[in-house]
Design a protein around this ligand. Structure first.
Ligand SMILES: [Zn+2]
Length: 193
């Protein structure tokens, strides 16, 4: 068995020993809110936003972008599970700022191995073949954090399946301080109508 697989299963055994009352948690989030944020391993929404099991929905993808699939989850979150307020949280030093669609398409066309990055950018030194499939995906990269948060809040705000009464708050999480920094243009764009 892989080292990681063992570690995860051991950790889970310990977790389950003290699971206790969590067995009785209802499915709808008790504090009626949702967070859309990046999958970055340095971000721990449970800790930085004070969540316990059962409190809130946390939807994560690369960049915390308002992709169609993120919106699918948010719509389910309010329509079926009753959330009333949403956060969009991007972060400093996001990997999504390090490449563009064209760079990703090129890297994937060369090989499917892990690429490397240095001061001159991304390089693919893997054994091919790669695949041209990368060009059919919009990788939703980021050029400027404040702009991307505002853009995503706006996209969600204007979406026909999102009710006007849900406030959407836009923030940037600072990976150097652990602080949430508000993005005034995003907060304004996400105001409940
Ligand atoms: Zn990120």
């Amino acid at each position: 068995m892989s080292k990681i697989l063992n570690e995860v299963l051991d950790a889970n055994k310990s977790y389950a020993v003290s699971f206790g009352d969590k067995a009785n948690l209802p499915m709808p989030p008790g504090r009626q809110f949702a967070i859309l944020t990046c999958m970055d391993a340095r971000l721990d929404p449970a800790n930085f936003a004070g969540l316990a099991e059962g409190d809130a929905h946390v939807i994560r993808n690369a960049g915390g972008r308002a992709s169609d699939d993120a919106i699918r989850s948010l719509v389910i979150s309010y329509k079926l599970l009753g959330t009333r307020e949403w956060f969009v949280i991007h972060h400093t030093d996001c990997g999504m700022e390090t490449f563009t669609n064209d760079i990703m398409i090129d890297l994937l066309s060369r090989s499917l191995e892990t690429a490397t990055i240095d001061n001159s950018g991304w390089h693919d030194r893997g054994q091919g073949p790669g695949s041209p499939e990368g060009k059919y995906i919009n990788w939703l990269t980021i050029r400027n954090q404040a702009d991307s948060v505002k853009e995503d809040v706006q996209r969600i705000r204007r979406h026909p399946l999102v009710p006007q009464g849900i406030p959407i708050y836009g923030f940037i999480y600072d990976v150097k301080s652990g602080k949430l920094i508000d993005v005034p243009e995003a907060i304004a764009a996400g105001r409940a109508l």
